[in-house]
Design a protein around this ligand. Sequence first.
Ligand SMILES: CC(C)(COP(=O)(O)OP(=O)(O)OC[C@H]1O[C@@H](n2cnc3c(N)ncnc32)[C@H](O)[C@@H]1OP(=O)(O)O)[C@@H](O)C(=O)NCCC(=O)NCCS
Length: 321
Amino acid sequence: MRPAGALPMTGLGRDEYIMNLKINPISSLYDLKKTHDIQRVTWGYRDEMIFPYTIMTSTRHSGGVLLGAYIDDNLVGFLYGYLGMGGGSLYLFSQRMGILPEYQGRGIGTALKLAQREQMLRQGIDLVVWTYEPLAGASARLNIEKLGGIVRTYVRDIYGIMENPLQAGLAMDRLLIEWHLMSDRVRTRVGGHVEQPSLREWLEEKKYPVINFANWKDKLPRPIAVDLELDDKVLLVQVPPDLQAIKKRDLSIARGWRITTRSIFEAYFRRGYVITGFAGAKKSNSFNTYKLEHKPFPSTVDFSSWATGLEDDLEDEQERN
Ligand SMILES: CC(C)(COP(=O)(O)OP(=O)(O)OC[C@H]1O[C@@H](n2cnc3c(N)ncnc32)[C@H](O)[C@@H]1OP(=O)(O)O)[C@@H](O)C(=O)NCCC(=O)NCCS
């Protein structure tokens, strides 16, 4: 038996990966146990942060989702979520998706989410929500642009302090994605009918005002100025293209980004802005960029309880360290 993380590189190109990819519910004991290895390898989690396969498999039999991504019958990623209820209707809370590092960025996460959408629609559920790191480019591109999720809730320090390398060092703030499965926005995007937004176009001739600025010093972007009082219909927020690289070189700059972007998202969400777009940095010394729109979106479930977060706040954390 081959442990997760030791899967052979097959030399397949992106399209061949997709052709060899199968998405299926995880049902064998071997693969259920392998989800533990994937959590260790993908996030660097220690035992107490690993979701036990016993819970995940029970959830699957109770209307939840436990899907595996298989290449040549090897499990290379999984997606896990359970049912939630709010405003009298059911939704899915999608708790964890991980793809082994050597298989990331090849469309496997997208394929898992599309299978999750199909399963939910079959069950008569049209809303899936989950949270993600606001400064993670791959998740933002996937969640907002490819899948068509929207964000209007900011969650402070969702689970307190983490010790795994991917998440350690920063308050664990998260954006809460709402994926309205039958909305026009989502249907267009999952049908592949939306072009990638062009950062150049957004910034050209100052088409949309930018909320925050940063300067690059020693190849590191440092936040310098923020305007929390703009009121244009569309606004842009610049975030660093590689959070992990900043964390490795200077944790205080990464924390500066956390505090700056927290203040921006909280202030503008409070005033009715919603994240509707994301464009990835295309050259060095440029930023990943979110698009915020002042636009009403119907809401069936109230997620505002998330916004209060844990009592354990960033300032306390910094004092402790
Ligand atoms: C987040 C994750 C699940 C996404 O799965 P994936 O298979 O890599 O996703 P996909 O390839 O379907 O889509 C990712 C998109 O982001 C793009 N991308 C990757 N890195 C990026 C970056 N730094 N900035 C902007 N876009 C980026 C990819 O190119 C791809 O877009 P494209 O298809 O237009 O090229 C996976 O990367 C992962 O397991 N990460 C670690 C664990 C994690 O953070 N999980 C999510 C929270 S639970």
